[in-house]
Write a protein that binds this ligand. Structure first.
Ligand code: ADP
Ligand code: MG
Length: 336
């Protein structure tokens, strides 16, 4: 696939331009030259911004992302993830990256008391959040729910094998894989000596500067109005991810059915419009954004306060904004 090289970014605000993208990535205070490269990956436009004009460097990161996507994608029948699912009930030998991803997903599942649960896949596959929309009938949901639960995933790290407990159990990495892949791409670039970079993969952004005093300005999308910002975060090197009810959804009888599922009910989680997580790692920001959305404002913010190095911006159904204590001076709402 050809790579687009965007021209130098002179504007202080770089708005992302895909339906899925949530963030405008703001450049630092100094208008240093930067170069943005983009590629369609993981169902979204991924942008890598560097301070040097190096399509070759960007390509190294894109290739790593492509390699991992081929392992994780449940849209591809020949991926390792698909093989785990089609071989449910028996152990499957997997690549180290797949074992690591499954291990991290299990960790977040425990950490969030099952609000983040990749086995929600058995339910998700009965929903269709496309334009036509499909609400699974109650008996179907009930049956699918009996296969949900992280105890149904067994990871044997020593032998590198993953086993789903029985047929019907399905692993959906959709709430964590994108973040993990962004982390890995960042690692590749850091190993190559990159001293400043932003990787923007739709709702998941990672940014790094070798200078510890550097701050990044990250815009959070307004849940209802594409192109408008809800507010701006000023954060140091790390990652930010947002989950919202406006990404994949359909409306039936005035009710919005979206793709963040409460694993206890099999239904879209209610109460919030969007959750943004700030964390050192993109995988954790990604998975916790999904989990806190499910947990709701009170339980979700309590969890965030209990975790070191994790902060959140939560928007409820009345468009009220709540931030965790560590973001008091770091988040500024955008006035209309
Ligand atoms: P996106 O990937 O669109 O940015 P999220 O990070 O919120 O959005 O992930 C949503 C995806 O995660 C869903 O499409 C589904 O595949 C999966 N998912 C939905 N609910 C849960 C859940 N409670 N725990 C884990 N994964 C979930
Ligand atoms: Mg997520």
């Amino acid at each position: 696939m050809p790579m687009n090289r965007a021209r130098h970014v002179y504007l202080p605000v770089v708005m992302a331009v895909s339906g899925l993208l949530l963030f405008g990535v703001f450049r630092g205070l100094h208008h240093q030259e930067s170069f943005t490269y983009s590629r369609v990956l993981m169902g979204t436009v991924v942008e890598i911004t560097l301070r040097e004009d190096s399509p070759e460097l960007a390509d190294t990161a894109f290739r790593e992302m492509e390699r991992l996507t081929a392992l994780f994608s449940t849209y591809r029948e020949d991926s390792e993830l698909s093989r785990i699912n089609s071989t449910a009930g028996r152990p499957v030998k997997v690549s180290p990256e797949v074992a690591e991803l499954v291990g991290l997903a299990l960790k977040v599942c425990r950490l969030t008391d099952g609000a983040f649960d990749p086995t929600v896949g058995s339910v998700v596959r009965f929903w269709n959040f496309g334009p036509g929309g499909r609400i699974p009938p109650e008996d179907e949901l009930k049956k699918a729910l009996s296969s949900v639960g992280c105890q149904n995933i067994v990871l044997d790290r020593d032998s590198g094998r993953v086993t789903l407990s029985r047929k019907g159990v399905s692993l959906d990495p959709g709430g964590i894989a994108k973040g993990y892949i962004v982390d890995r791409a960042l690692e590749v670039l850091k190993k190559r000596g990159v001293r400043w970079v932003i990787i923007n993969a739709g709702g998941d952004v990672a940014f790094y500067s070798a200078s510890p005093s550097e701050r990044f300005r990250i815009g959070i999308r307004h849940p209802d109005i594409e192109g408008r910002l809800l507010g701006i975060l000023v954060v140091k090197s790390g990652a930010v991810a947002t989950s919202g009810d406006y990404e994949r959804y359909f409306i039936r009888d005035g009710v919005r059915y979206h793709h963040i599922i409460d694993p206890r009910t099999g239904l879209p989680a209610r109460g919030l419009r969007s959750v943004t997580i700030v964390s050192g790692k993109a995988y954790l920001a990604d998975a916790l954004a999904t989990a806190v959305f499910v947990m709701g404002k009170e339980r979700g913010l309590k969890l965030v306060e209990d975790l070191d190095g994790v902060e959140a911006v939560v928007v409820d159904e009345d468009m009220r904004i709540y931030t965790s204590s560590g973001l008091k001076d770091a988040f500024t709402p955008v006035e209309e």
